[in-house]
Structures are given as structure tokens and as C-alpha cells.
Ligand binder design. Structure first.
Ligand code: AMP
Length: 422
């Protein structure tokens, strides 16, 4: 083996690729039912976007970004997340001028130099949605509902929604002072990492797996919210209750990205152990301003595709039949290749899906290839058939064979596809 894929990345093909494609299609349709439209942004952006939006003191920016310099010396970064790029695109394309609420969904690869393990990769994929332009809690509820609809659609059960409010620039600084004070008293109990974080980004301590004991004795943000954040948080909870969306209040919940304000939430799969977060999101009312776009409130979520795919009920995995062909063409004599390719080209333009055996192997092996392909029909075209302008068509389920004129071939094959579906 001369080359291997980089650590923490994956190749997708075969049945697995097919189930990904099918799930992506279902997610696009789901987002459409909620009135969200797709947005695609570049896979790399100027590094400064993520440094400012996600936050310099976060793990993502300080340790996990794939940063490179282009030939003109500009610093670019493979996107570690897609909320900042969507906001950048929203502002750059002047979409804020339209007013109202802009709703986008996206799907695609993200890159983080994280320690690979089950459910954690260096190139992973997220499906996400962003609703930009409205400050009220009803839109937070819509986002939470959409993210849960993803898992409902695939029959997931027993999921947990953990909900918190992480405050805003009015109330958070005061809370951070209180928190720093409390941490100062317990400094020698903190792990080395948190010892360093205590001054710069003290809320990250709530995310530390080692400092569990101390966490439970620290002050919590929800006791320090300003009236506006409190009202928003209360409003969201009552909407969710009315919608019968179960949630657990978790004052220790913080997200690994600094742009969150007010609402922060996660959807957990309690059966998954370490990497049990399926999806996370929240409000980011300060991000537009950070990106140079004035004050525009927004809320969104992103769901890890790998964690969705790896825990999908069986009916959505395995054979999907999505790229099975309608007919498998067999060539008794490879000198007929050009003629068969031309005939197949015409049939394909009429919508027929065809795989042609161009290997020149024995008829017996080509026949076996036909059965393995899963196609209902084998179509045999040799010099004799070309002469007579008709093909020998074999129904693989029964072995019955008939001769069909070339001009009727498309109709015959499509008829068989219809028979299969009926
Ligand atoms: P985040 O962008 O950090 O809020 O993460 C949102 C979701 O993306 C998580 O709940 C995971 O499902 C998924 N995710 C984040 N990082 C990774 C990773 N390194 N590998 C696989 N999935 C990830």
C-alpha cells in the first residue's frame, strides 16, 4: 500500500454510500417541509472568520483547525463548522436587506483536528439549519423541533434534549466574574487544562470530563441571567411544554463555540456512551455583528451525520436498490462493443439504466455478472443480433428468453422495471 487515507477520514461507497445518499435526500425533503432552503458555501474560508466567530480561546480555534496559507500568503481554514460561513454569506450577499426571517439548511463536510475515536472524525459531516432575523423564542422552538424531527423521521427513541441559557453580553460578564472568583478558591482542585482556562474562558470548565466533582459546586449562569435573557428562556420553555417537547434543564451545558447567546441545547442519545451528542445548537445574536453585519438575531443547530448514520435503524441501512440497473448487457463477441455502446446510449436517453459487460469474458461469466447485478433482465447483443436488429432478452427470474427488435427495447425494459415495482 503506497497511500492511505488521512487519519480520521473515511471512504464511502457501495451500500453505505447509497444509504447516505438516501438519508441526505430525506433530510433535504424534511428541511423543505419546514420552509428552509439549501445553502452551499465554500469548504474553506479566511481563517479570521472562525477565529472571531467561534472564539480564539475555544478548543476548535486553538487546537483543531486545519489552517493553510495560499500562494498569496492569505491564511485560509477548512471550515470546522458552518454557522459562521452561513452568516458570512448572508451578510456578503446582502440578504439582511430583505428583512423578515431567512431560513437556510446545509449539509456537507467539516474538518477538525480532533483525536479520532468511535463517532469522532477529522473530516465529518453535518446537516444543519439556521433561522436568521428574529429574536423571539418561538423560532428557537422551531429550530429545536426541526432538529428532533430529523431523529423522529428515522425512528430514534429515548433521546434527551438538554437545554440551557448561556446569557448575553449584558449578563455574562457579571457571571464570569462570579465564576472566576469561585474558581480562584478551588484552583488547586482543577485539572491543568482548566487551571489555564480559568482566566481566559472559564465557562469551558463545565465541558471538562475531569473536573466533574467541582463543576457541581460552581455558580450557574441561569442564576445570573439579565431580565431579557430570563424572559426569553422562560418563553422558550413554555412554548416547548405546550408543544409537548420534553427537555431537561441543564445549567452546566455549554457549547464548544463562543458565539452562542441565550439558548444553548443538545440532543443526546443516552445509549451511546462517550460520543453521545447527536446534535447541538442555539442562538447566536452577536455573530452577525462580529462578521461586520450589524445586529441580527439568529438561531440554528447542526447534527452530526456520522452519528446519525451509525445509529440508524436497520431499515434505512443495507441494500437500498437505488443504483440497481434495469438491464445488464452481455456481449458474446467484443467486436460488437461500439454498436452496443451506441444502442445503450439511445436507450439511456430514454431513461433506461444499463450496465454493459465490456470485459470480453466468457458468456457464462457474463451471465453470472448479470445475476449479481440484481438487474431483472439480461440483454444479449452479438453480431447476429446486430444483423437482425433485435436483441435476445432474458428474464433472469424465470430464464425465459425472447427476441425484441431494437426499437422496442426501451419499452420492454421499462415495462419490466414497472412490473418489478408493482
Ligand atoms: P458542534 O458543531 O461542535 O456543535 O457539533 C454538532 C454535532 O456535530 C455534534 O453533536 C456531533 O454529532 C457532530 N460532531 C462534532 N464534531 C464531530 C467530530 N469530530 N466527528 C463526528 N461528529 C462530530
Amino acid at each position: 500500500m503506497r497511500f492511505r487515507r488521512p487519519r480520521g477520514t473515511q471512504d464511502f461507497f457501495g451500500d453505505r454510500m447509497r444509504s447516505w445518499a438516501k438519508v441526505e435526500e430525506m433530510l433535504a425533503a424534511l428541511a423543505g417541509r419546514y420552509g428552509y432552503s439549501e445553502i452551499r458555501t465554500p469548504v474553506f474560508e479566511v481563517s479570521e472568520l472562525f477565529v472571531r466567530a467561534v472564539g480564539e480561546a475555544t478548543d476548535i480555534v486553538s487546537k483543531e483547525m486545519y489552517v493553510f496559507t495560499d500562494k498569496k500568503g492569505r491564511s485560509l481554514t477548512l471550515r470546522p463548522e458552518n454557522t459562521a460561513p452561513v452568516m458570512r454569506a448572508f451578510i456578503e450577499n446582502g440578504l439582511h436587506r430583505a428583512g423578515g426571517i431567512t431560513r437556510f439548511w446545509y449539509q456537507g463536510p467539516m474538518f477538525r483536528y480532533d483525536r479520532p475515536q468511535a463517532g469522532r472524525y477529522r473530516q465529518f459531516h453535518q446537516f444543519g439549519a439556521e433561522a436568521i432575523g428574529h429574536p423571539g423564542p418561538a423560532i428557537d422552538a422551531e429550530i429545536i423541533d426541526l432538529s428532533l424531527a430529523v431523529y423522529r423521521m428515522f425512528g430514534f427513541e429515548g433521546l434527551e434534549v438538554r437545554l440551557n441559557s448561556v446569557g448575553c453580553p449584558v449578563c455574562r460578564p457579571g457571571f464570569l466574574d462570579v465564576l472566576r472568583g469561585a474558581l480562584e478558591e478551588r484552583r488547586d482542585e482543577l485539572c491543568d487544562n482548566c487551571g489555564e482556562r480559568a482566566d481566559v474562558n472559564p465557562m469551558r470548565i463545565f465541558d471538562c470530563k475531569e473536573c466533574g466533582e467541582i463543576k457541581s459546586r460552581l455558580p450557574v449562569i441561569t442564576d445570573h441571567l439579565c431580565p431579557e435573557c430570563s424572559e426569553h428562556f422562560g418563553g422558550l420553555q413554555s412554548i416547548l411544554r405546550e408543544m409537548k417537547v420534553d427537555f431537561i434543564l441543564d445549567p452546566l451545558l455549554v457549547r464548544g463555540l463562543d458565539y452562542y447567546t441565550k439558548t444553548a441545547y443538545e440532543v443526546l442519545h443516552p445509549g451511546l456512551g462517550g460520543q453521545n451528542a447527536l446534535c447541538g445548537g442555539g442562538r447566536y445574536d452577536g455573530l452577525a455583528e462580529e462578521c461586520g453585519g450589524g445586529s441580527i438575531p439568529a438561531v440554528g443547530f447542526s447534527a452530526g451525520m456520522e452519528r446519525l448514520m451509525e445509529n440508524l435503524p436497520e431499515e434505512f441501512t443495507g441494500k437500498t436498490g437505488l443504483d440497481r440497473v434495469d438491464a445488464f448487457f452481455i456481449l458474446p463477441d467484443s467486436s460488437a462493443a461500439a454498436a452496443v455502446l451506441s444502442i445503450a446510449g439511445r436507450l439511456r436517453s430514454e431513461g433506461v439504466r444499463i450496465s454493459i459487460d465490456l470485459s470480453g469474458r466468457s458468456m457464462k461469466k457474463q451471465m453470472r455478472g448479470a445475476s449479481d447485478s440484481g438487474a431483472p433482465l439480461a440483454v444479449i447483443i452479438g453480431p447476429e443480433e446486430i444483423e437482425k436488429k433485435e436483441a435476445a432478452v432474458k428474464l433472469l427470474s424465470s430464464g425465459d428468453q425472447e427476441n425484441i427488435p431494437f426499437e422496442e427495447l426501451a419499452a420492454r425494459i421499462l415495462q419490466e422495471r414497472k412490473n418489478e415495482i408493482d
